[in-house]
Write a protein that binds this ligand. Structure first.
Ligand code: GDP
Ligand code: IMO
Ligand code: MG
Length: 429
């Protein structure tokens, strides 16, 4: 078997968690391959809502194994809270959850470093989720990191303290007052205490060499879905650098983040919202800082799953979508949050940019620094409630037209349209 991949094509929060949950019954294994608790993946069913940060979104199907791959970085404190929340809802994640021994740890001081660097950047800040992502991946690439497999080794505490002291020296050199900085409402000392308590919990979860596990599973005809976090436009190399995350969010990240050879990657499912959002700083050409943007935010309840920050909102950007499709080799598209456009009289889609006095249909290097002016194609809205539509024959003509227009522009079929947050609110085309 080959491993399929599901990932975001915009700036994250495309609804990946919901779609993974919808697809999970078709898969034996769901595996996260990158990112960490900067992710917030929402799943809703039976009037319950869960937000997962580290644990794969297949966890609600007892028959599916969930793997946290080597490319993921884990904050034991946050991970422990996720386990607790699931347990409080009678879901024992331990039964079908495996963690790669090679996944790196986010230390409490990685979070302090994140806050230190962001504060030092002032107005130029990335708008990070402040979960320690950049500093933890930095230590990984600088070959200083601690991994999940280290926690049972006799020298773990010594290594932890060495790294912590090094971090604190950097933090002190910036003059950052970490004693008065709260981490998820806790002082550094209390956070560290709970971080270590959570390490004990991780000890009882099965830890594996996930590259062997995944490859053996594929050889034994088990189906695997790799779940992405963040989105293509936040990719470390191809996103709107420096306003990006610190991992490769694109399909190529699956090979490095799970140990799957390129030839064993199958379908690539690309998720995009019917419009566009971004949380944090950085360029966003089709952003609407006006009534339309506010309406998208209100109708779409566009507030961050991880930080609660209001998301910036705007129209679909087809140039960016084509770029993402190219980078990932997307074979099937899934459009989410179509229902958010229910009451819009007109819907717009950016088709090219005006830049330096010319029209362009690609994203230039300068896009990270200078403003691209989008040119829009306008379509009629459906102006009706589609939240309960599940049969494609009952879709309003204007919605069909919007989808057909997107398919024609990007040359990849749309396989599903999501029309609400609940698991059941989906139209299979
Ligand atoms: P992810 O990070 O890609 O998993 O996405 P998030 O969970 O951060 O953000 C998506 C938000 O939209 C969540 O609150 C979801 O419950 C919600 N959502 C997902 N699909 C739909 C949809 O089709 N319609 C509406 N209205 N909400 C949706
Ligand atoms: P999911 O998986 C949306 C954004 C942050 C910030 C930038 C860098 O839920 O789609 P970081 O914490 O990585 O240092 O932040 O990336 N960001 C996300 N935006 N969804 C996410 O994840 C994100 N993860 C990071 O807002 O702009
Ligand atoms: Mg999210």
């Amino acid at each position: 078997m080959k491993a399929d991949v599901l990932l975001g094509l915009q700036w994250g929060d495309e609804g990946k968690g919901k779609i993974v949950d919808v697809l999970t019954p078709q898969y034996d294994i769901i595996a996260r391959f990158q990112g960490g608790p900067n992710a917030g993946h929402t799943i809703e069913f039976d009037n319950k809502k869960f937000i997962l940060h580290t644990i794969p979104s297949g966890i609600f199907n007892p028959g599916t194994i969930n793997v946290i791959g080597n490319g993921v970085i884990i904050d034991p404190f946050i991970f422990g809270k996720e386990l607790e929340n699931l347990k409080a809802n009678n879901i024992n994640a331990e039964n079908n959850l495996l963690i790669s021994k090679k996944a790196h740890l986010i230390l409490p001081t990685h979070r302090l470093l994140d806050a230190t660097y962001e504060a030092a950047k002032g107005k130029a800040k990335i708008g990070s989720t402040l979960k320690g992502i950049g500093p933890a991946y930095t230590d990984k690439t600088a070959r200083n990191g601690l991994r999940i497999g280290n926690i049972i080794r006799v020298d773990f505490l010594k290594k932890f303290n060495e790294l912590k002291e090094k971090h604190l020296r950097i933090i002190d050199s910036y003059g950052f007052d970490y004693h008065n900085y709260l981490l998820d409402g806790l002082t550094f000392k209390d956070y560290e205490e709970q971080w270590f308590a959570a390490i004990e919990k991780i000890k009882s979860i099965q830890k594996i060499n996930s590259e062997y596990f995944i490859n053996q599973s594929l050889n034994n005809n088990k189906s695997v879905l790799a779940e992405g976090a963040q989105g293509t436009l936040l990719d470390l190399d191809f996103g709107t650098y420096p306003f990006v995350t610190s991992s490769n969010t694109i399909a190529a990240g699956v090979c490095a983040g799970l140990g799957i050879p390129p030839g064993k990657v199958g379908e690539i499912y690309g998720i995009f919202k019917a419009y566009c959002t971004r949380v944090g700083s950085g360029p966003f050409p089709t952003e609407q800082e006006n009534k339309e943007g506010q309406k998208l935010r209100d109708e779409g309840n566009e507030y961050g799953s991880t930080t609660g920050r209001p998301r910036r909102c705007g129209w679909l950007d087809l140039t960016a979508l084509k770029y993402s499709i190219m980078l990932n080799g997307v074979t099937l598209l899934f459009m989410t949050k179509a229902d958010v456009l229910n009451s819009f009289e007109k819907i717009k889609a950016g088709i090219k940019y005006k830049f330096g006095g010319k029209f362009i249909d690609h994203i230039p290097f300068e896009a990270s620094y200078e403003k691209l002016e989008p040119v829009y194609h306008e379509l009629d809205g459906w102006q009706s409630d589609i939240n309960n539509v599940t049969n494609p024959d009952n879709m309003p003509q204007q919605l069909t037209d919007y989808i057909k227009y997107i398919e024609k522009e990007v040359n990849v079929p749309v396989a599903m349209v999501s029309v609400g947050a609940d698991r059941s609110q989906i139209i299979k085309l």
